[in-house]
Design a protein around this ligand. Structure first.
Ligand code: PHE
Length: 462
């Protein structure tokens, strides 16, 4: 993305948008959030929020970027000057969050790298008869007892991102990535079939699709909104930056709609793979922990033919997905820094981003060792960091974004961007979209934040 005309083909936009949306959030985070929030009812809430709040915000971010054609920081600064209100803080908050997210995203990507090395070790070291058993035994314990190892792996991940970004091979990487993607899709479908054929799958399907609304509580709405924002990469100025690279005549609503559908399908597939395995092992206490993906998959791989090979390819592909999402985060941060510092030096901005992320990654990396004592709500440091950022800050920043959006865009500008020549229904959809964004989305976010705060207060006074 070297100039603001980079998205000259629709395909490349799709790839980048889908690449940034589909990541560890869908495959690692979603299963544990669904487990934590009781399954079916939460899943329904999540899908509903994706297709109302999520999609309308996604389109708004793209439109804001496209109308102004500059970085999020600059757009918000212009609005601040115009309105004489501190809107530039919205952009600052969003970008700081993307930096923190990049840092702990790298730690989780480091877990994936660890699994890749474990699978390779088993492949090289053991006889085929023994391999199956050893695959089944791969777990997170070596990592969780070693903070430096987690930090080292996160650093490896960040350094690789840094080189891809600095050597200006992001586009080449994206081309490579798209070649890998079909392999990943086929593999995941095979895993899905295998997982659904386990004898535990009826129980898992009941858990996932039978909505038991009594399982929802004061925090469920906030959890669902937070995850939708995270998984669609919203509330961080990322889609604004994309929008600014985009050609005017594109049909943004339909792009947003497709990205949301694909992202939701990927998340659903992830839970359909993970839950039958969890129910097989009766390890229900694990259901709500961040490690569930990592704990459950080896047991599936040890049950299928060529499981070792499957496992290896799966984790390599997962890492590539994480790499792509991290690169998007770095590119967005860099493009904002370059515009802010009025430099066009990728080395300076890239190094600043990488170093800051590296320093911040120390905290989540030591979450299970040195910071083990830092437990609030009976949760580890990394879980609390994830929860505070995604369930509180992200919705809050999305709320501020909506306020800024309606200050920055006139109705006719919005209409001009939203209604396209090709999308016949977009005229009719326009009013719905505006009301969703103006009334529904802020109302729902405020409600979710208030309910989460009530829950916090109840926790502290009990
Ligand atoms: N949406 C990504 C995911 O689901 C996370 C992410 C957020 C990636 C922001 C890039 C930017 O994993």
């Amino acid at each position: 993305m070297s100039s603001r005309t980079a998205f000259n083909s629709r395909i490349s936009f799709y790839l980048v948008a889908i690449g940034s949306a589909c990541g560890l959030g869908n495959i690692w985070r979603f299963p544990y959030v669904v487990g934590e929030n009781g399954g079916g009812a939460f899943l329904l809430l999540y899908v509903f929020i994706s297709f109302t709040l999520g999609i309308s915000l996604l389109v708004a971010e793209l439109i804001l970027g496209q109308t102004h054609g500059s970085s999020f920081l600059k757009i918000m600064k212009d609005i601040s000057l115009q309105q004489k209100k501190p809107f530039h803080w919205v952009a600052r908050l969003s970008l700081t969050m993307s930096l923190v997210i990049l840092a702990y995203y790298s730690v989780i990507a480091g877990w994936v790298i660890h699994y890749i090395t474990r699978f390779i070790t088993v492949l090289l070291e053991s006889q085929s008869a023994d391999q199956v058993r050893r695959v089944g035994e791969i777990n997170l314990s070596a990592l969780f007892s070693n903070g430096w190892l987690q930090f080292a792996l996160a650093s490896v991940h960040l350094v690789i991102c840094y080189f891809i970004v600095l050597r200006n091979i992001t586009e080449r990487f994206e081309t490579f990535f798209t070649k890998i993607l079909p392999i990943f899709v086929v593999l995941v479908l095979l895993l899905l079939i295998r997982s659904l054929s386990l004898e535990s799958s009826p129980d898992a399907l009941r858990f996932l699709f039978y909505p038991d609304f009594s399982k929802l509580n004061l925090t469920s709405l906030g959890r669902a909104i937070g995850h939708v924002l995270y998984t669609l990469s919203l509330g961080m100025g990322i889609m604004v930056t994309f929008g600014s690279y985009f050609k005017k005549e594109e049909n943004l609503p339909s792009l947003g709609f497709r990205v949301t559908i694909i992202d939701t399908v990927v998340s659903l597939v992830a839970v359909l793979i993970v839950f039958p395995i969890l129910f097989l092992n009766q390890s229900s206490q694990l259901i709500s922990e961040p490690g569930i993906l990592f704990d459950s998959l080896p047991s599936l791989f040890s049950k299928i033919k060529y499981g070792l090979f499957f496992g290896l390819v799966f984790f390599i592909s997962l890492w590539l997905v994480a790499l792509n999402a991290s690169i998007v985060l770095i590119e967005t941060l860099m493009s904002n820094i370059n515009e802010k510092l009025k430099i066009n030096n990728r080395h300076v901005s890239g190094t600043l981003v990488a170093l800051a992320a590296l320093a911040l990654a120390l905290f989540p990396a030591f979450s299970s060792t040195t910071l083990q004592q830092v437990k609030i709500f009976n949760r580890s440091f990394i879980e609390n960091l994830d929860s505070i950022l995604i369930n509180y800050f992200l919705p809050f920043s999305a709320l501020l974004f909506i306020v800024g959006f309606f200050k920055a865009e006139t109705k006719s500008e919005m209409r001009a961007q939203f209604v396209s020549q090709r999308g016949k229904n977009s005229q009719a959809m326009f009013t719905h979209w505006v009301s969703l964004l103006y009334w529904f989305a802020p109302g729902l976010i405020i409600l979710a934040l208030v309910m989460q705060f009530i829950n916090l207060i109840r926790y502290f006074f009990n």
